[in-house]
Design a protein around this ligand. Structure first.
Ligand SMILES: Cc1cc2nc3c(=O)[nH]c(=O)nc-3n(C[C@H](O)[C@H](O)[C@H](O)COP(=O)(O)OP(=O)(O)OC[C@H]3O[C@@H](n4cnc5c(N)ncnc54)[C@H](O)[C@@H]3O)c2cc1C
Length: 311
């Protein structure tokens, strides 16, 4: 994920400046601010700005005049209580803004989360970079035989080589045609002065979905945790999960108490339906419960076994 010299210099300039403020700041997140956290082969996540900290959650929950914090253990207990009981609005008092560079097919999944503010790089106005996501060999997997939305074993040998060659060749060919239709070189000069060149908003339509796009994405902590609960989960596609995992690191730095509560009560937790709970209660009395007679269908039973097996 190489940055241009100018991009690196802009980030360094931002990181060199400091502003005096009365607002609370979080040293661990200040340390990460503006830094590029690489994701996939050319992507990244950067924290651009944030508002609030663990104390802001407590402050809002207590509707305080001052900081609202008491003893560290009391504040942590309150945050954990709020998370446990889905009292969510105090978490909405914290906000964070990211700059994300991601393949278009990942962006399509990501944009389904409607509670963020988004501004995407305009490919009507600017030319997209010649950068495509090509999976690392360990992520080049076959279609799962059991899960229609998942992956199975990793492709190997000649098949893997063939797939990688196709992915690269198709992306390069489409990008070359994009440049051809635009009729512009890297410096913005016409490739062929006799041609007008196609509008950027049209030329982009033949680019492959592994082409990288970029956006600024701002969200409050409650909705960010909802996003992470879905996208850092094992059911999420690896590529979006890689971004969610980098963002989890930023949440840990930013609001460590809320982060731990999130791991304990959401990400690492499981929800049991009423019939599942009834089956577990019978098991706890020592009864041998089978799928037949449990009140659960085969899929639900497999999910229950999966949850109890993990525990
Ligand atoms: C593993 C996985 C597989 C998926 N597969 C598919 C698929 O095959 N096809 C597909 O189309 N999508 C798929 N999705 C996308 C999924 O259906 C959701 O659209 C996406 O996860 C966003 O979730 P959300 O609506 O809860 O999030 P957000 O949009 O962030 O919303 C957060 C919460 O705000 C509330 N909310 C936001 N907007 C509204 C609204 N307009 N009305 C009511 N409540 C609202 C809801 O409570 C919502 O849960 C998949 C997602 C995952 C994680």
């Amino acid at each position: 994920m190489p940055l241009t010299d100018q991009q690196s210099a802009e980030i360094a300039a931002l990181r060199a400046q400091c502003a005096e403020t009365r607002r609370p700041t979080v040293p661990a997140l200040e340390h990460l601010l503006y830094e590029v956290m690489p994701v996939l082969d050319h992507g990244f996540v950067r924290v651009i700005d944030y508002m609030g900290d663990d104390g802001a959650i407590v402050q809002a929950a207590r509707v305080s005049y001052g900081r609202g914090t008491r003893r560290v253990s009391e504040d942590a207990g309150l945050i954990r209580y709020l998370m446990r009981h889905r009292h969510s609005t105090p978490f909405e008092m914290c906000e964070i803004k990211y700059h994300v560079k991601l393949p278009i097919f990942v962006a399509r999944q990501w944009i389904r989360h409607r509670t963020a503010n988004v501004n995407e790089y305009s490919a009507r106005y600017s030319i997209l970079d010649r950068e495509f996501y090509i999976p690392a060999p360990e992520h080049l997997a076959a279609q799962s035989a059991t899960n229609r939305q998942g992956r199975g074993a990793v492709l190997a040998g000649a098949e893997a080589e063939h797939v990688l060659d196709l992915l690269r060749a198709d992306a390069i060919r489409s990008y070359d045609h994009y440049v051809d239709m635009l009729n512009e070189d890297d410096a913005g000069k016409p490739l062929d002065p006799a041609r007008q060149g196609l509008a950027r908003e049209l030329a982009r339509m033949n680019l492959t979905l592994n082409t990288y796009t970029q956006w600024y994405w701002k969200i409050d902590l409650h909705n960010l945790l909802h996003f992470l609960s879905l996208r850092a989960d094992a059911h999420a596609q690896y590529e979006i999960r890689a971004y969610a995992e980098a963002m989890l690191d930023t949440v840990r730095a930013w609001v460590p108490v809320a982060y731990q509560a999130f791991l304990d009560y959401r990400l690492g937790a499981a929800t049991l339906s009423a019939p599942m709970l009834a089956a577990v209660r019978r098991m706890l009395t020592g009864e041998r419960v089978e799928q037949a007679g449990s009140g659960l269908n085969k899929r639900e039973w497999a999910e229950l076994v999966g949850v109890l097996g993990e525990a």
